[in-house]
Write a new protein. Sequence first.
Length: 702
Amino acid sequence: MTTESFPSTVGASAEEGPLDSGLRVVADAFDVDPPYVPEADDLDQSFPDRFLDRELSWLRLNQRVLELAEDESLPLLERVRFLAIFASNLDEFFMVRVAGLKRRIAAGVAVRAASGLLPREVLEQILETTAELTARHAHTFQESLIPALGEQGIEVVRWEELDREEQKAAKKVFKERVFPVLTPLAVDPAHPFPYISGLSLNLALGNQRFVPLEDVIGEHLKRLFPGMDVLKVHTFRVTRNEDLEVEEDDAENLLKALEKELLRRRFGPPVRLEVEESMDDEVLELLVSELGITDAEVFRLPGPLDLRGLHAIADLDRPDLKYSPFLAATHPLLAPVESASPVDVFKAVGRSDVLLHHPYDSFSTSVQRFLEQAAADPHVLAIKQTLYRTSGDSPIIDALVDAAEAGKQVLVIVEIKARFDEEANIRWARKLEQAGCHVVYGLVGLKTHCKLAMVVRDEPDGIRRYTHIGTGNYNPKTARLYEDLGLLTTNEAIGEDVAHLFNNLSGFSRNASYDELMVAPDSARSGVIEHIRAEVEHHRAGRPGRIRIKANSIVDEAVIDELYHASQAGVQVELLIRAICGVRPGVPGLSDNIRVRSILGRFLEHSRIYWFGNGGSPDVYIGSSDLMHRNLDRRVEVLVRLPGEAATEQVSALLELAFDPHTSAWQLAPDGTWTRNTSPDEEPMIDLQETLIAQHSRRRAK
């Protein structure tokens, strides 16, 4: 769930705007039409309000995160973590989504959303809902978690509660670490109202006693303003628009433009003002006036304001207050039987496809080892890979550098527009180029979001392609926290498709026809719709017709309408959606046969699965694409059909458990509200992730 310790669930914002010339050029290169526009549909007349609003749906996701923080059955420090995640998520939502709404309102773009709401109406509901949730968030911290932490010897205190020795220690920290970076900013006729940077408060730590940093600063203001009397101190926090707007024409100009735009990000217009509830009205009026925001964008809250700082408490070395330790195991097909040396990944994958399920299957002994062995293997001729996000000290980057320095051909498609990872990706792009890798910055107008790695190896019986296609990023750190799937295969048809796609991304290849892949913006939407319609035909012919989809978000109106039509035809549709959902399930005559649930927990449910009954012989795809406009129209995404019965059965069993009525989840109602389910009988509820941990532990013990 965000920022990276529990990843953010927010989608992109300004990407929802009209097409520019760059995207039309790319559409031509992929030999496809401009983004899909749904045909006139009878549903428009009968059910004009059939789509839930995406922004309000996201807020309901963060409400579910807050409910985890409120859940007293969870370990205490995990509840603290969820409280911090709520704050981080909301910050990013305002910096991106709310900022985008405000831009549209300011520009006079009064186009109704698919939900039927105008931008101003959406913004009003966002601010109203946010006020309710942030008040509830603060109450949970003050009234529930602070007392519970205190009972465990972990205290969050204000300055006046520190004893003399603690105040002395805090003053030392202030003098050595805080004061040197502070800048006093006066406001008077000679000093105009200063620029206030965004999001800047944290908690300071000391022996399991925590004091807000703003308290420490407040007690030392005389050092900042000598010769002046400090009458009152008020804490406030500004959230600014931090979305990027970059005009693209070619890769090198894009790189330079993005570097320049990153410098401007700090100076975006304000979108939210948080103030301590004790702030004087006249001071607040000055801030509102100078920052140019509305009263509705002001949130009065009890301090401390920046509860992202609670990550510091959640990180305490108190295993008794956290989830039980979990260590990912090496996949059985990649695990050594007798020898202590690592398995030869190429021999293992050559014998059998390997479907990985992270974090239960170790990333380091599978995907990472695959790339490291490829870099060192003298028989490997080339490595091709996409990189959307990776870790700061990435062994993946190191392996690619080693491969290039060993004389192998290395192609890396680096997406330098990955939101909030732009700076890191620019650094890695430069490092890879310096090592001799051929670096491509994706296609103009499109983000390269697919998760692909291909190794070309010279073997006795000829050239062989080893391919990895995943649902998650090549990031060893988040692979321990994100739930994802990945396929390692030597399937020739898949390898041929992936090779063609890499040629599309790196050159001027115009092949846009794939046998085992659905690729956006080329064929992902149309492919999913084709499979949905096929399920309707199976059902009408008396064969089993069923659809199960697991995704982060679904808001694409064309796909949703097809699911509505399938439901009307009698096809059972089950959706497992972690974040944003535009579907209204259970509406009589529209979606009687659609059920939607959401699962949140210690791992972020991130895999995308498209399961179609196919008349009794399931057709299953996994990949990088959610069912959103940005994924289907403005990103290069890949969904791969799982080859073989073993992988299909593994995913089918996973979905069977996820949709079991006894599995703990939230159920979506037609009005957009989510309710945590209860057991339909006397049997205890199942925690999906804990069950999978237990299953993998038993597998390791055999």
